[in-house]
Write a protein that binds this ligand. Structure first.
Ligand SMILES: Cc1cc2nc3c(=O)[nH]c(=O)nc-3n(C[C@H](O)[C@H](O)[C@H](O)COP(=O)(O)OP(=O)(O)OC[C@H]3O[C@@H](n4cnc5c(N)ncnc54)[C@H](O)[C@@H]3O)c2cc1C
Length: 454
């Protein structure tokens, strides 16, 4: 069993890192669905475009998704502005298909029926009443023609198209600070002076956006892929709280296990055990997280002068991430975009949506306290004090010791071990670090590596 996403089981060439100060018209930070699609729509428009990625293209959550492209989403049941939202998603599905066809992108794109189901038939009936113009009833399920693809292959193809159009792409180039008054981004050693900046970092933690922590929370899921003989050429998700989700890819069946708030369970191995119990064998297992918003709509658009974000996709970031590329590029090039108002980060949130907020805060606070308790639940990890600093020491199966700082640089939550993927995680806000402490997923922008002699 491999402890990586099925999409990532492939090596690709990486681009060089930034080794000088540069100036650009548009700086895009982050090489996932949002960043690459923004670069795609901004290329060849007479602007200098530069994209920086802290690890490699496709390092983020995009290549840990199930790669479904559909408007028939489980969150429709919670959305108020349902018609406008579906129209935007249909536009995104069509746009992705058009870009794939026009550029002959080899990303295993395939049209399949996508299904919504529930243990409670009444929920399906209620949803059908709201969206019957967009889907068909099929027994106890709702269905619509949708598509699936390999998100990693898609991103790599977008990268190649952008490179041919003179977009500068720097990998292993993390931005640690953005000065929004002087329009300068810092990598640590070098500066990038920009006119416009797009924060495509999943969680836009490089800029203090006070509304975001009160309007969003993280959801974590566990995924597996197992070999099957029969590809049923379909995909689906349930609209129940425990949102079972599946799709097929070649001769693999990809399935989702437990879905939880990031901080519900500190024993990640147990979550993986529960995932595997659902299937006899799993050839790949991995975990993923996404940013959920309290009104279930993404935040896409301008947040400060010449600063743009695309985030909060509520686990539907293939369509919303691609749409973000379209909306943000329209806003930069024309100052206006068709779906700009719908996803405007400055939109008003209804009072009823705020009612859920204390629950998320409570869970997060509980996780913070629990994560800081010294009796870390992992027997494999020793909590030590070295040079007056609390560190965690993990001894791997080959006897090698890996020492990291005890707390996450983001908001000082205690770090936990994810033994299955052999990484460290922040249980409160979902930052991930490799086993030696290099930050691989935000919101943290800093590592937790610890050197005894430094
Ligand atoms: C279990 C699960 C399944 C999902 N399945 C689907 C699906 O089937 N269909 C669908 O539509 N959506 C799905 N999603 C949602 C989707 O995966 C995400 O919403 C989407 O991929 C987010 O894309 P992104 O570009 O914003 O983030 P990312 O792909 O994470 O890209 C952000 C990039 O920014 C980089 N970065 C971060 N900080 C910095 C920095 N300081 N400097 C430089 N670079 C930085 C990261 O390394 C990363 O590569 C799923 C989500 C989950 C949790």
């Amino acid at each position: 069993m491999k402890n990586i996403s099925i999409w990532r089981d492939k090596k690709v060439n990486s681009e060089p890192f930034l080794d000088e100060n540069i100036e650009t018209d548009i700086l895009i930070i982050g090489g996932g669905m949002t960043g690459l699609s923004t670069a795609y729509f901004l290329r060849d428009k007479g602007y200098k475009v530069c994209l920086t990625e802290k690890n490699y293209i496709g390092n983020g959550v995009t290549t840990k998704s199930t790669g479904k492209i559909t408007y028939l989403q489980d969150i429709l049941k919670d959305i108020d502005n349902i018609d406008d939202y579906i129209k935007a998603q249909i536009e995104a599905c069509n746009l992705i298909k058009k870009v794939i066809m026009e550029n002959n992108i080899d990303c295993d794109y395939e049209e399949v029926y996508h299904y919504l189901d529930s243990d409670d038939n009444r929920k399906i009936n209620d949803l059908y009443k709201k969206i019957k113009n967009y889907c068909k009833r099929d027994g106890d399920t709702l269905k619509a023609l949708s598509a699936v693809f390999n998100p990693f292959k898609f991103l790599i193809s977008l990268k190649e198209i952008c490179l041919k159009s003179n977009v500068k792409i720097y990998e292993n180039t993390g931005i640690i600070k953005v000065d929004t008054d002087r329009f300068i981004a810092y990598t640590g050693k070098y500066k990038i002076k920009f006119k416009n900046c797009v924060l495509a970092t999943h969680y836009p933690s490089l800029v203090k956006l006070l509304f975001l922590p009160v309007h969003s929370y993280l959801e974590k899921s566990y995924l597996g892929a197992t070999k099957v003989f029969d590809n049923k050429k379909s995909s689906g998700i349930s609209i129940d709280k425990d949102s079972r989700s599946y799709r097929y890819y070649k001769d693999y069946y990809i399935f989702l296990g437990e879905v939880s708030d990031t901080s519900m369970n500190f024993n990640v191995s147990l979550d993986f055990d529960n995932l595997i119990k659902r299937n006899i064998t799993a050839d790949y297992v991995w975990s993923n997280k996404d940013i959920m918003t309290i009104d279930h709509m993404p935040y896409i658009g301008k947040v400060l002068d010449n600063i743009y974000i695309g985030t909060g996709y509520n686990t539907w970031g293939m369509t919303n991430g691609f749409l973000a590329g379209r909306i943000i590029s329209d806003l930069i090039l024309k100052g206006i975009s068709e779906f700009g108002d719908l996803f405007d980060p400055k939109r008003l949130t209804k009072l009823k949506d705020y009612l859920k907020f204390p629950i998320f805060m409570g869970i997060s606070a509980k996780a913070f306290v629990k994560s800081r308790l010294d009796d870390n639940p992992y027997k494999l990890v020793a909590l030590k004090k070295i040079n007056n600093k609390k560190v965690l020491v993990y001894t791997d199966k080959d006897g090698r010791k890996h020492t990291v700082c005890r707390t996450c640089p983001h908001l000082k939550c205690g770090i936990i071990l994810n033994k299955v993927e052999e990484i460290w995680e922040c249980p409160c806000h979902g930052s991930k670090f490799d086993i030696d402490g290099k930050c691989i997923e935000g919101p943290s922008n800093f590592d937790i590596s610890f050197k005894e002699n430094s």
